[in-house]
Ligand binder design. Structure first.
Ligand code: GTQ
Ligand code: FE2
Length: 318
């Protein structure tokens, strides 16, 4: 310490001082390698599109060699190809395609991250169990497994079942409150089989709400009422008439879109893609986007607006 103080004391210039600062884990705010403030958002994430046709085929192939016994979840992560990232889809959220075969049981666990499922293909007999409540998974349904809830999935139908998982794991990684626990038994006891539940948004119910929603420019929106259980993410269904498109805009929120029905084209930043049922689009923060339908289409959107709004960081521009 003596010698350190003496060497700092005897520095004759800033150039003498910089290495002494570094050796003591200090750096001069006026002499950094990287800027810490910039004029407008500078997102590291890329606009991206994933094909369900490919994801589904890859899951079928994986299913020849990996079971739920070994894997816990048979899922394919939709990672954003930036730096050494191999997990995050956008800054705060990850999306995955998951498949479960007839007779399989994806064992129960619970974790800090909030999770939701958007069902793509499933026959009657596929369920998630959330804190002892057995909820059916049928195409177009959305199911919530909020932070800390025990959850497992099983397939008593005669066909493979496929869905999209969206979780706020990357946000939990950033803030570091991660906890994860295995239930300890292979199956979760079922206590209720309700006909409706706040964690279960049935496709038919969403359709009837869409039919009553006002239409502007060929677009109808139905927000899902998740705010009491889901604090970090908001969920919307967006119906587009043929040739209708979402208004071109950008915001500080990150967004993941999944295609429920129909087909069309999207411009996300520099990316131009066509989309089909089951496909996924990543819209990073502050990236301008416009999604256009070729035929009557239905999109499912998950965004992190509630996180940004609670923190006072939400901004948008047309
Ligand atoms: O189904 O519980 O894709 O915990 C990633 C983490 C699915 C799940 C994922 C999970 C799950
Ligand atoms: Fe999970």
């Amino acid at each position: 310490m003596r010698t350190t103080l003496q060497s700092v004391q005897s520095a004759q210039s800033l150039d003498d001082l910089y290495p002494l600062l570094a050796a003591n884990h200090l750096t001069a705010g006026w002499h950094k390698k990287r800027a810490s403030l910039w004029k407008t958002p500078n997102t590291a994430f890329l606009p991206r599109h994933w094909s369900y046709e490919l994801g589904r085929l890859a899951l079928d192939q994986a299913g020849r060699w990996i079971g739920t016994e070994l894997a816990e979840r048979r899922n394919l992560l939709l990672f954003n190809p930036v730096g050494d990232n191999d997990y995050d889809t956008v800054r705060t959220m990850v999306a995955a395609y998951q498949m479960i075969k007839p007779g399989e049981y994806a064992r129960p666990h619970r974790h800090t991250p909030n999770a939701l499922r958007f069902v793509l293909d499933a026959k009657p007999g596929v369920f998630s169990v959330v804190d002892g409540v057995q909820l059916p998974m049928l195409p177009g349904d959305v199911l919530l497994t909020p932070s800390g809830c025990w959850h497992s999935h099983f397939n008593d139908s005669d066909s493979n079942a496929y869905w999209i998982d969206i979780l706020d794991v990357p946000l939990v990684h950033l803030l570091e409150p991660m906890f994860f626990e295995e239930f300890g038994q292979a199956h979760q006891p079922v206590e209720q089989q309700p006909l409706s539940h706040p964690f279960w948004f049935q496709s038919a119910q969403v359709q009837s709400e869409l039919n009553q929603a006002p239409q502007t420019g060929g677009v109808r929106r139905v927000p899902l009422h998740t705010a009491d259980h889901f604090l970090t993410q908001a969920l919307n269904f967006i119906q587009l008439q043929p040739q209708a498109s979402t208004q071109k805009h950008r915001s500080t929120a990150s967004r993941i879109f999944s295609v429920a029905q129909g087909s069309g084209h999207a411009t996300v930043g520099e990316l131009q893609v066509t989309w089909q049922p089951g496909d996924v689009l990543a819209v990073p923060s502050w990236t301008e986007f416009e999604i256009r339908a070729h035929e009557t289409s239905l999109l499912f959107e998950v965004n992190d607006e509630p996180t940004l709004k609670k923190l006072g960081f939400y901004k948008e521009s047309a």
